[in-house]
Design a protein around this ligand. Structure first.
Ligand code: UFG
Length: 330
């Protein structure tokens, strides 16, 4: 029988959905989360240690009290705008936090890590769809820290044999089928939850950040992927490493793009609400089009997104938002 999987940031949006899938598979799950962004109520099980990766004594307790054979590492700050105002926070929590984690893994002989990376490592894309071999030139500090974390893992592999699978997500959206966990960020900056807050009457309109991009309708195109499909990829990555697989980097997306206007239109049909939209200025740092090629994940991990219609993704998020109008706290 398998040993425990440590999930850092497991009380956050993507982390909590991954914990739910791991529990479904019968895995033993240990969660480390400092609860700055995460929510206790987002955990459907597992053993939570509330604390910070950068606290060496705390991490010693976690590694001593559990038999951990693999880590799935989500714990990080992830707001592009904030990273441009306060890059130091991102280097400290993301890069130094990962260094602390890798050193503890090495100390306790844990040799497998699956890492939550991002399309923001690429920056302005060279090609559509984006391949893992494309240039990485982040346009924001957030993406730069994630790229630094990936590179750090490579050298810990070379020196210490810690194998890593880095998963570069495109736009995570949607909520767990069971309806008990979903997306609750504070502040919320993501398109899908904001659009649904308009449908709930919590915002007067959705702001569309620019309609003069070089796309068919002038609004930005993104590749939306259901959070549970992302969660499944993490489990496949752990299985690959447990089977003795090598380190690797994989894009995770659907391969299909939707414009901001198309997302709003689909949300109107799912919710039956008119969702007024107001065109505003472009948001700094937004590339016109981000679409993933996930061929490598399909071939090498055997990953196959199952919830890949945009209607389905938005409907699952809508179910959660209706039942949790004020997120987890109410
Ligand atoms: N948008 C609006 N109005 C809003 C919010 C967003 O028009 O109120 C637009 C954005 O300009 C963008 C699209 O909707 O064109 C999607 O925006 P999100 O903020 O939902 O997502 P991003 O594509 O900006 O960001 C996501 C992740 C980041 C990651 C980035 C690149 O949230 O963590 O993809 O991988 F860095």
């Amino acid at each position: 029988i398998h040993m425990a999987i440590l999930v850092t940031g497991g009380a956050g949006y993507i982390g909590s959905h991954t914990v739910a899938e791991l529990l479904d598979k019968g895995e033993q799950v240990v969660i480390v989360d400092n609860l700055q962004q995460g929510h206790r109520d987002a955990l459907l099980g597992g053993k939570l240690y509330a604390g910070d990766l950068r606290d060496a004594d705390f991490m010693d307790t976690v590694f001593k009290e559990n038999e951990i054979d693999a880590v799935i590492h989500f714990a990080a700050n992830s707001l592009v705008g904030e990273s441009m105002q306060n890059p130091g926070k991102y280097y400290h929590n993301n890069v130094y936090g990962t260094l602390c984690l890798l050193e503890k893994m090495n100390e306790y002989g844990v040799k497998k890590i699956v890492f939550s990376s991002t399309a923001a490592t690429y920056g302005e894309p060279e090609n559509v769809p984006i391949l893992e071999t494309d240039r990485t030139l982040p346009t924001n500090a957030y993406g730069e820290t994630k790229l630094a974390m990936e590179k750090m893992m490579r050298w810990f592999d070379t020196a210490h044999g810690i194998k890593h699978v880095s998963l570069r997500y495109f736009n995570a959206a949607g909520a767990h089928e069971g309806g008990r966990i979903g997306e609750d960020h504070s502040p919320e900056t993501h398109l899908v939850p904001l659009v649904l807050q308009v449908a709930l009457g919590q915002r007067p309109h959705i702001s569309v950040f620019g309609d003069d991009y070089a796309t068919a309708d002038g609004t930005c195109i993104r590749d939306y992927i259901h959070v549970t499909d992302l969660a499944d990829a993490h489990i496949l990555a752990v299985e690959k490493l447990r089977a003795g697989g090598e380190s690797g980097i994989y894009n995770l997306g659907s391969g299909t793009g939707f414009s901001v206007k198309q997302v709003i239109e689909i949300a109107r049909s799912v919710t039956g609400h008119p969702i007024p939209a107001v065109i505003e200025a472009r948001r700094a740092g937004d590339p016109a089009t981000l679409i993933a090629s996930s061929e490598r994940a399909r071939v090498e991990l055997g990953w196959k997104p199952k919830r890949d219609s945009m209607e389905q993704i938005i409907a699952s998020a809508w179910k959660w938002h209706q039942a949790h109008r004020d997120g987890y706290d109410k």
